[in-house]
Structures are given as C-alpha cells and as structure tokens.
Design a protein around this ligand. Sequence first.
Ligand SMILES: [Zn+2]
Length: 184
Amino acid sequence: MPLTKLERATGDYMAVTLINSWDEYDREHEHLRDADVLRRWLCGNGFPGAADAVSDDDVARARELRSRLTAAFDAVSQADAVEALNAVVEESGTPPRLEHAAESWAFRSWPDEAEGLAFLAPYAALGLLEVIRDGGWERFGRCAGPPCRCVYIDRSRNRSRRFCCQLCADRVAQADYRRRRRST
Ligand SMILES: [Zn+2]
C-alpha cells in the first residue's frame, strides 16, 4: 500500500510523545501502561498496521526505546546525542527504499509498519536526527515548569521556548503572579 505521508505523525513527533509517556508531573509517571495504550498511540498517529501487530512484549521494547531516545535530550553534547541516535538507527534501520508516497516519492529506512513496532526505533531516531541536522541540538529542550520535565522541540525563531505545553506555561505564569502579589 502506498504511504500517505500527510496522515502520519513525523518521527520527531513520535519520539517526543514517546519520551513524554514518562511524565514526572503526573502522580502516575508511567503513561505507557500496557499494549492497549501503545496500540491507541500508534493508531492515533497514523500507524494502524503497526498497532494491529503490537504484542504485550512490545511494551517493554517501547519503554527501552524511550530511554534511548531520552538519552539524546540528556546528552552532554550534540556529538553525544547524534552518536546515541545514530546507534539506534544502525541497530534497527533498514537500507533506504524509495517508495511512492501520496503524490511524490519518499525514502523509507525502517521496516514496514505491518511488521509491528520494529519501524518505530529508526523512524523516531531519524526524525530527531533530522531536527539536529536542520536546527541543531539546541532545539531539544526540557520543560522549565517543575515538577514537569517533559521534552519539547523548540521551533521558535529565536529559540525562546521554555515549556512543553501551554498548560505548563500558564501554570508557571500563575505561580509567578501569585508570588509577586504576595510580596507586594
Ligand atoms: Zn511541562
């Protein structure tokens, strides 16, 4: 079946949402609780074939991938982040295949999604590597609204993003406001 690129979440988006399935802000840190959660996440992001093939063992695989992708955000340098992501691609990627996607052609360097979760590691790691290639590793960030430590990719023009989402931005702004009011 031809890839319909537009209906699918990009690799970097998949990486970020997978990493944030461990959420320090929620009392229940682990959001990737079982295979059903994994299936819903894959399906909702445009990979129904992979969702169908998911088994219970894949939950542990997805969590392991999550920690490897997280390492790219917590690396000490851009070189280390690239190294960690390259290693994921090297282990799990496939030789590039040119495929007809929607109205154009696109290279696929990961297993077919019908094979299950195997596509995810190279797909997500390549997505993050593309971010580094295009904008630099400085685009990788962690939310500045503790206890939240969710990751984000800063696509702002002047690299001014500080929070993972509007909710955290509002939460911190309100706390700052209350603090200022108390001190006056
Ligand atoms: Zn946050």
